[in-house]
Write a protein that binds this ligand. Structure first.
Ligand code: FES
Ligand SMILES: [Fe+2]
Length: 384
């Protein structure tokens, strides 16, 4: 939708999506096809596959994907399916292929890390068999700030298309050099769109997030950004897109105490340090929030029409983890509380949608970013 804040259309109430779009199998399949199998999807962190032969097996939109590090340090992605009779090749979610050979567990067809078929098990192939035509099916892959992306469409959209900010927006955090000090994985009983809608508004913040609303005063007023303040004068209503309005007086990070738990990122400018939180969103699978001393990355993927998995990483510079007494738990505890509150309210939303399948809710002007998300889904052909 228009980002022009003076656009009258932005200040109208508009219908939301029909409730059945949040649980019907046909609607879900269409979204998998139009969104999840066409866009760049974040599937892991670079540090998870650092050495040659290390792999991750991920399932996105009902497709098994194998991501691995080749001998040159390059990232490679393949459909996790043997070219003989289709068996999955990865024995676990994460591991290392010994001797740089991917050996199918079924009849031992063997591939190298470039995906080339080396051997058809114990028996030589018959005369005329084209080995070169039976390599693993490659997928487009890309690394950004230490995040691994893969696309199920061999002809992917421009990488930056899903991002709401320039790709360099978080460069000062040097996320490629950061490592996860803590990871949590949770499954929420809601449609993936419910989670993104909730992410895209702060009307719920005063009621759902009392602690966060104390830390971030603008959230306590139900506003996403300082620029949304109806009382702000034009000269103070600016602010960088994607940043909040700062933390409560004296607080420096998203932690239980408001104190830092690690050293401040040295490259941050004053505005980014004072913002309290800097968001970058990469639809449909990732958002990253930069704080003064850590960054939080939330990856998501639908496991079914009413089940969404979240993986949250707390990223710190490698040196911070090595510091004596380093303890990320005040950050983890604070953010997990907020996430738990969001997960619970998303499940409440999902339960209610089931009650009136044909009904549509209504979006208020303050929910302009939810509306923009719906416009994006429409533009993708994922919904009517
Ligand atoms: S299915 Fe892989 S070797 Fe037979
Ligand atoms: Fe929330």
């Amino acid at each position: 939708m228009s980002s022009d804040r003076t656009d009258p259309a932005r200040h109208a109430a508009v219908p939301s999506l029909p409730a059945h779009a949040y649980f019907e199998a046909d609607a879900h399949e269409r979204e998998l096809r139009r969104v999840w199998r066409r866009h760049w999807i974040c599937a892991g962190r670079a540090e998870e596959i650092a050495a040659a032969g290390e792999y991750l097996a991920v399932r996105i939109a009902d497709r098994g994907i194998l991501l691995l590090r080749d001998e040159q340090g390059g990232l490679r992605g393949y459909l996790d399916s043997c070219r003989h009779r289709g068996a999955a090749l990865c024995p676990s979610e994460r591991g290392r292929f010994p001797r740089a050979a991917i050996v199918c567990p079924y009849h031992a067809w063997t591939y190298d890390l470039q995906g080339r078929l080396l051997r058809t098990g114990a028996r030589p192939p018959p005369e005329g068999f084209d080995r070169d035509a039976h390599g693993l099916r490659p997928l487009p892959v890309r690394e950004w700030s230490g995040f691994l992306f893969v696309c199920l469409d061999p002809d992917p959209p421009p990488f930056a298309a899903g991002f709401d900010q320039p790709l360099e927006r978080l460069d000062a955090w040097r996320l490629a050099d950061c490592v996860s000090a803590h990871r949590s994985v949770l499954t929420i009983a809601c449609n993936w769109k419910v989670f993104w809608e909730n992410y895209n508004e702060c009307l719920h913040c005063p009621g759902v997030h009392p602690g966060l609303s104390r830390l971030v005063p603008i959230y306590g007023r139900g506003l996403l950004e300082a620029r949304d303040d109806p009382d702000s004068r034009p000269q103070t209503a600016g602010g960088e897109p994607g940043t909040g309005d700062g933390l409560r007086h004296g607080a420096r990070s998203w932690t239980t105490t408001g104190e830092l738990v690690g050293p401040e990122f040295p490259g941050l400018g004053a505005a980014d340090r004072q913002a309290g939180q800097v968001y970058v969103t990469a639809l449909p699978s990732l958002f990253v929030v930069g704080h003064a001393d850590y960054a939080r990355a939330v990856r998501m993927r639908p496991l079914g029409p009413e089940t969404t998995e979240l993986r949250v990483d707390y990223l710190f510079p490698r040196e911070a983890l090595a510091m004596p007494g380093f303890d990320p738990s005040p950050a983890v505890e604070f953010a997990e509380r907020v996430l738990g509150e969001d997960a619970a309210i998303c499940e409440t939303n999902q339960r209610g949608l089931r009650a009136a399948p044909q009904a549509r809710g209504v979006l208020m002007p303050e929910e302009y970013a939810v509306r923009a998300f719906h416009d994006w889904l429409r533009a993708e052909g994922a919904i009517d």
